[in-house]
Design a binder for this molecule. Sequence first.
Ligand SMILES: [Zn+2]
Length: 397
Amino acid sequence: MPVTRTDVSAFVNARAGDLRTHLADLIRARTVNPPGDEHRAAAVLTDFCRRSGIPFTTHEKVPGRTNVVARVGPGRPRIAVPLHLDTVPAGDGWTTDPFEPVVEGGRVIGRGAKDDKGPLAAMMLAARFLKEREAGLCGQLVLIGAADEEAGSTLGMRYLLEECGLEAEAAIVPDAGHAMRIIDVGEKGLLHLKVRAEGRQAHGSEPERGASALWPVVDFLGRIRSWRPPGPPNELFTPPTLNLGAIHAGSVPNMVPGLCECLIDVRYLPGTDGGAVLEHLRRVLAEVAAAAAGVRLDLEVLSHQLPTLVDAGHPMVAAIERRTEEVTGRRPLRRGQSGATVAKFLILRGTPAVGFSCGPEGVEHAAGEWIDLGELAQFAEVMTLVLLDLIGGGQKV
Ligand SMILES: [Zn+2]
């Protein structure tokens, strides 16, 4: 019997109670990072897998910082759906207990409701549906509950990809969602730079006896202030940016500062050569240094992440567009992101990955984080249909 859209819809609606329970259990499993304690939310996911007959493995780089990898379906392609088990701290301003979910007018309120426990609860429903029809699948859903996303993913997705041999042919990352209205198909390149100047300290009444570390940096910053990484514009992305994040130098007026450090964030578009961006900044710094006697100037790259862009013709993108429009009545827009997510780690390792999720904008990391259960059910439906398109082995839906 071929699966129909109505089957998926009926399944999700009949399990509205499960959706709520999964989400409530996940919110109660306190996984504030740091310290993380992802084993608590991992237990919710592995219990569910055991009850549903879904095989899984767990992976810990550090004890208690658990990652779960669950698999439904026999073969290829493998579509990874990584969600994260950790949350940011509660912070201030809550009117309810952030770790005791409250349901109000169809919304669940609690830390992690949107980021990322709600989408995980929805994916548990999708996994269950696919498990019940596993015989008809040709590919595989790789459902991942990852640790440490809020602190750089060293113990989570990066560990799974770099040390645990996690592989997939494509990935959909349900994080930082925009109410299913946007598909994040790329990310800007990112450079974090430190400029350091070392001069000679002296009394402020005789500055000629010293060599100010601060003036050459001011000169450098003035020269790059309105410069932006060059390159072809891309309608998916906002323009490239340069941000001066910090300057540390000096302390009192009557002293020549001998040390100055500043931190700069540069974001550039796909199609721009990151090496050329660095080369330009180094050349400007060298010109400044040539005019600053007695001061040593250095530029250090603290981190460099390359830009990424998924092929617009990838079937995953078309499937998300079509199924979202069917279920919600709105076709999501393709867009490039300014920030960096785990999609970047996947793409740079050769796995095409897009960001796509549900939930209202601006509630993640805020007090009173919430998600609408109806929207979550729609998301479960969309993701189930998308996965059937990609791993269903030509089953007509
Ligand atoms: Zn998140």
